[in-house]
Design a protein around this ligand. Structure first.
Ligand SMILES: NC(=O)c1ccc[n+]([C@@H]2O[C@H](COP(=O)([O-])OP(=O)(O)OC[C@H]3O[C@@H](n4cnc5c(N)ncnc54)[C@H](OP(=O)(O)O)[C@@H]3O)[C@@H](O)[C@H]2O)c1
Length: 337
């Protein structure tokens, strides 16, 4: 089959389009999915580069989010038929493992999945929209709702708001009734974030986001006039040098929500802000199966927009991932094998 394959960790050149990769065969409890759409995530950049502490079996086929039609049903599988439209939950919750990392993912014509990971795609939801959901929108849902409890009337600052996770965070915060300040790296991204529903935007490449946020909501203070200043929530999965600076815009009792660290996972911390302002740091990792069902229904019902910046054929998967790595994407990128 045709596949975009990583045979060694490294730069963009390590993602290679191949035409003779062996087809997968179904074992007991497996199905083979003819992949119609796979979305890219920043996670794929980390997988290609190699992450300390994570062993990726080589050769690897990346692509965590897989949507397609069942091409073959393995022995012992009940309730699924050839031709069914399915989305694969990237997490194997029974035997362990992650699609596109420890087992082959969606950057190929065919993909083997465990039947217990399958989710039926509702009528009216396209393969591309379904494939955009699990990792990015699923984690956003867990971060903003399940763990973050973002609520009506809260002020929410979102860094990296133009990315796959970010465009969902913006929408979920608005659905909750929060006031959203979205940070994007270009004026064009900021304009699109405003169009998506952000109340205010900050081009944080051109402008210092701490100063800009304090100009909007005041400098947080412990007592007196300053105690109402600042934002209730910062959403920060960027890390790096944005981490400690984000502590400076949170009001007393504010929450920092995180699910990752695109720009670096071991920034210098400043614990003084955490105790002085009684801040809460809340992590989120992945999604629950019911989150994916909920997202598919929201998309089908027109309550959530899937922002797809572009779709690429499999032969151009390297270029698609380059755009994501180089911050050229608004929302999601989809590959259609
Ligand atoms: N724990 C989990 O389960 C989980 C799940 C999903 C994602 N994540 C993590 O969440 C983060 C975002 O994922 P994603 O797929 O949404 O990524 P993405 O689509 O690439 O979006 C990330 C955004 O962050 C901004 N950014 C700021 N500094 C950056 C830098 N140094 N390098 C690259 N981008 C930078 C970019 O927007 P601007 O150019 O506008 O600044 C970019 O659009 C990643 O760290 C990812 O690993 C974790």
């Amino acid at each position: 089959m045709k596949a975009a394959v990583v045979r060694a960790h490294g730069g963009p050149e390590q993602l290679v389009y191949e035409t003779g990769f062996p087809d997968p065969t179904p074992g007991v409890g497996d199905v083979i999915v003819a992949v119609r759409a796979a979305s890219l995530n920043y996670h794929d950049v980390f997988t290609r580069r190699g992450m300390p502490g994570i062993k990726v079996p080589m050769p690897a086929i990346m692509g965590l989010d897989v949507a397609g039609e069942i091409a073959e049903v393995g022995p012992g599988v009940e309730g699924w038929r050839r031709g069914d439209r399915v989305l694969v939950d990237p997490i194997n919750r029974v035997e362990g493992g992650l699609m596109g990392e420890t087992v082959h993912g969606g950057l190929a014509e065919l993909c083997r999945a465990r039947a217990h990971q399958l989710i039926r795609i509702p009528d009216g939801v396209s393969f591309a929209d379904a494939a955009a959901l699990p990792v990015a929108y699923g984690t956003a849902l867990r971060m903003m709702r399940t763990n973050g409890h973002v609520a009506a009337g809260e002020r929410v600052l979102i860094l990296g708001a133009s990315g796959g996770v970010g465009v969902c965070c913006v929408q979920l915060a608005k659905i909750a009734g929060a006031e959203v300040v979205a940070c994007g790296g270009t004026d064009e991204k900021c304009a699109r974030l405003a169009e998506l529903g952000a109340d205010r935007t900050i081009n944080y490449v051109r402008e210092d986001f701490v100063a800009a946020t304090q100009a909007l909501y005041g400098k947080p203070g412990r007592r007196g006039a300053g105690s109402g200043n600042g934002v209730d929530v910062v959403v920060n999965y960027t890390g790096g040098d944005t981490w400690t600076r984000s502590l400076r815009v949170l009001k007393v009792g504010g929450r920092m929500l995180t699910c990752g660290a695109t720009a670096g996972f071991d920034p210098k911390e400043d614990i003084r802000f955490i105790w002085t302002f009684e801040l809460k740091i809340q992590g989120s990792n992945g999604w629950a199966r019911e989150d994916i069902h909920a997202l598919l229904e929201m998309v089908r019902d027109g309550k959530l927009r899937v922002m797809i910046d572009g779709t690429y054929p499999l032969a151009e998967a390297r270029e698609a991932l380059r755009r994501l790595e180089d911050r050229e994407v608004f929302g999601k990128i989809v590959v259609t094998p």
